[in-house]
Design a protein around this ligand. Structure first.
Ligand code: ZN
Ligand code: ZN
Length: 426
């Protein structure tokens, strides 16, 4: 007997098909179907709700293997499901780094065993993320890796990046690059500018990112490889990418919710709260405005959380000693709806695009759509529900968020992976 589910009367926003309409969605055996639901079919009443393709996060840190006290694949995929994510790409800066096919296989098998949101594995660019010898990208790809990255750090030497782009391109893998020139950023704790001077904290200049973006754009143009710039955070970096795209360079990029909503003033306002410490750092008002414009005009392809859970020992300390990172899977959608969509700064369909088919396109992933025949990865959102960010209630082990105590409007009500609920509110 076929298993059906009938999601009735919701507002379906599916940018992959240009759809924004009140309609029904029918699921048969884990896939979306154009068939009519049979009599007696179970019904999910979606009146007043948004029905979206499951969100895809192309950049998060599940810390597994090796740092399970911060997060593991079980807690991380539970956090993802609560946040409306049906697929998350986990970065390889684990211990050990994901630089062998066995480690990719471990992550995928573990994800299948815990049965939450889907996990996509990102392999390392270089062996041990050491920036020297290239990782066996063909084997990583064969084991299921969807991209390569040395995230946590940039690839320091231009010659290694040049080889990596050519090698990755031969396997059709995008290179997700953390653009940071350490010779400019080393020792910094926050964005370098008027606020860091006032607070007496060592700064990370915007140029540390921009120099790396410029170099990698040159190399992407020369090799024809697919460069994806992770967590773009400055006005000039985004302008470099915009111009490169106009020239036809194969480049895509992502931005995080925190870089779209907070500035370096958050460090001062919070009185040096280490939960505002993130890499790249929170920038300036002008940068935030440029990122928002680039998100709206499509220069930025995707919003990614860069979910980086840490334990209290890494965060409950003085600012300079604290680890970089924000636990973001459970707040991303609420923060974006509250700060960008509710005030009318970004159309709902544009936001949904950057959270679904945008990241799917970057990774060459088949998800991010509600087209008939696709896997029934679906998220139901109540756009009017208000809630308060309480990190102690997170499914993630990382409670490090600068959004704690924020009141958000827009909440995930249910998350379905292959037609099965992996999260349901209440
Ligand atoms: Zn990074
Ligand atoms: Zn990261």
């Amino acid at each position: 007997m076929a298993e059906f589910l009938w999601i009735r009367g919701g507002r379906i926003i599916d940018p992959s098909r240009g759809a924004d309409e009140t309609a029904d969605l029918v699921i048969r055996d884990g896939r979306l179907t154009a068939e009519a639901p049979p009599t007696g079919c179970p019904v999910l009443d979606a009146r007043g709700l948004w029905v979206l393709p499951g969100l895809i996060d192309l950049h998060c840190h599940l810390r597994d293997p090796g740092q399970e006290w911060k997060e593991d694949i079980a807690s991380g995929t539970r956090a993802a499901a609560r946040g409306g994510y049906t697929a998350v790409a986990t970065m390889p800066n684990t211990e050990p780094a994901v630089d062998t096919p066995a480690l990719v296989e471990y992550q995928l098998a573990r994800a299948a065993a815990v049965g939450g949101s889907r996990v996509l594995s990102v392999g390392a660019i270089t062996v041990g993320r050491q920036g020297r010898e290239l990782a066996p990208m063909g084997q990583l790809r064969a084991a299921g890796a969807v991209a390569v990255s040395d995230d946590g750090a940039g690839v320091e030497q231009a010659v290694v990046m040049w080889r990596a782009l050519r090698y990755a391109a031969s396997f059709g893998l995008p290179v997700l690059e953390h653009c940071e020139d350490r010779s400019l950023s080393r020792g910094g704790a926050m964005h370098r500018g008027a606020v860091s001077t006032r607070l007496g904290l060592p700064g990370i200049p915007a140029e540390a990112e921009e120099v790396a973006v410029a170099r990698d754009l040159v190399l992407a143009e020369a090799t024809g490889a697919h460069l994806h710039v992770a967590h773009v955070s400055t006005a000039r970096a985004v302008e470099l990418i915009r111009r490169a795209k106009a020239r036809g360079v194969r480049v895509t990029c992502e931005v995080t919710p925190h870089h779209l909503t907070l500035t370096d003033e958050a460090v001062a306002r919070s009185r040096y709260d280490p939960d505002t410490k993130v890499n790249p750092p929170l920038r300036t008002e002008e940068d935030v405005a440029a990122l928002r414009a680039a998100l709206a005009d499509g220069t930025i392809d995707a919003v990614a959380t860069d979910h980086a859970p840490h334990g209290p020992e890494e965060k409950r300390c003085e600012y300079e000693a604290a680890a970089f990172g924000i636990s973001g899977l459970e707040t991303a959608l609420g923060v974006l709806l509250t700060t960008l969509v509710q005030p009318g700064l970004l159309a709902p369909a544009a936001l949904v695009e950057r959270l679904t088919c945008g990241p799917a396109r970057v990774l060459g992933h088949p998800g991010g759509t509600l087209a008939a025949g696709a896997a029934a990865d679906v998220v139901l959102v109540d756009p009017r529900a208000s809630w308060r960010v309480e990190p102690e209630a997170f499914a993630s082990r990382g409670r490090n968020t600068p959004f704690k105590g924020w009141n958000l409007t827009g909440r995930v009500v249910a998350t379905l992976v292959a037609g099965k609920a992996v999260w349901q509110l209440g």
